[in-house]
Write a protein of this length. Sequence first.
Length: 209
Amino acid sequence: MNIPKPLVFISLLFLVQTLYGQKRSPARPFVPPPRKVVFGDVCVKNANLSFAARIKKYPFNGSAQVQLISFEGSVQISSDSEFVIRNAVPAIIEADYTISDTTMKESKALTLSQIDTLTGILYNYGVPRISAGEKMITTKSESGCYIPRNAILFRDSNGKALAFIEICFECSGTRLSDKRISLGDTCGEKLNMIKQFFIKAGIRYGTQE
């Protein structure tokens, strides 16, 4: 069957107009993937909170005394709000255990200046801040068994136990008595900074021995 030429021409013209008349989606601009930055153990001063702001954080805000200690065992808070240390060997735990000179090897009550230094380490140091387009990757590692030897104790105005931060410097581990306690940004060097703080304050067991 012969199709008239005018009809063929009209059909082709309609097809061309239809194709060009369709809206084309604009090309999406190329967005490069975020650059991965692996910080690992890097720990830098990334904040500038004042001492007044830092001591508003729990448990510093309710503490009348902050102590550094070294010991053998595990720190607990008794039902009558006393710090106690349980022996690490369950077989020789006494039912009526209490903290004593034999279980606590060293103790150091901190001055305001030392509390300033400690809170500065906790809350003004952390992982480096990153710029737009970068993706932060942090690493956290623990090694060995958790055998704590040191702790930071917090007492209220009546001398009662308020909270504690238990530390195993050897295995880079911590245990907190309360979920409200924050050690600030996590970075690998922070525990070593705290360890050096213990040493400077005169605590040797668990840090050097």
